[in-house]
Design a protein around this ligand. Sequence first.
Ligand code: ZN
Length: 323
Amino acid sequence: MKLIYNRYALPAAILLFTACLCLLAVFSACNPKADKGTTVGKPKIVTTTGMIKDAVQNIVKDKAEVASLMGAGVDPHLYKATQNDLNLLSNADMVFYNGLFLEGKMEDILEKLARQKPVFAVSDGIDNALFLPLSGKTATDGKHAYDPHIWFDVSLWAKAVAQISKHMQEKDPENADFYRANETTYLQQLAALHEDVKQQIATIPKEQRLLITSHDAFNYFGRAYDIEVKGLQGISTVIEFGLKDITDMVELISSRKVKAVFVESSVPPKPLEAVVAGCNERGHRISIGGTLFSDAMGQDGTPEGTYTGMVQANVRTIVQALK
Ligand SMILES: [Zn+2]
């Protein structure tokens, strides 16, 4: 009995050892963390503004992790990337930004990044004829020819959404049908929203349809929904305004008997408060009609934290104050 045991002990031990090695090999192949340097899970998409994050999310749903660099109340014209942003950007598989020089202080970083990974401006690929030229106080040096606030015309923003969908289909062809179907559904919602905004703004009597805000963000809104717009500051909040801008604005408001002006969630309210004080001094009673979401959406988890919710909230505020 002892002899028999000894005869089979060595081959059995070798067999067991080999089996263990095989199992180990199988486990390390299954465990992705064992692969040095590769990340598992969903692709990471980073966007600059919350509006772009919302658009991307409507296309990709749960197929990717989407993060935006700028949260509620953040002014993209002045925004500089933090160390945390640079980490997010370097770990991203894809990056979407607005373009048309909205992210004025991040252009260099985005250009550099575009040499390493897919980086897309959502305004690229849209017919330039649909963009408004920069004018007035905003300095133009040839490079920055167009108004970047394209999300204020829902029908124009729909074209940016379509660009995002196109890039997703190209970069992730396996899920192309899924992205295309989401695009169709979301564009239908945007088309309905566009018509709804048109109808609501039309309820304000024509002579009262003058929208005065902190900066020139609403020109696309004005063109799309037939309302005159005036911003105290230029297209970019970087541009200074003077005492004359305030007195001109007071003059305009008094002569047109405007009922209300609007502050913006991403721009300090002080300059516009000076306009209100100036009007009241001249005996023209005016109030702040409310806060509009201009270059940033509301807090995450609130209705205004989505693009459609933000548009609806703005329209409600405008109609209530001017009608
Ligand atoms: Zn702006």
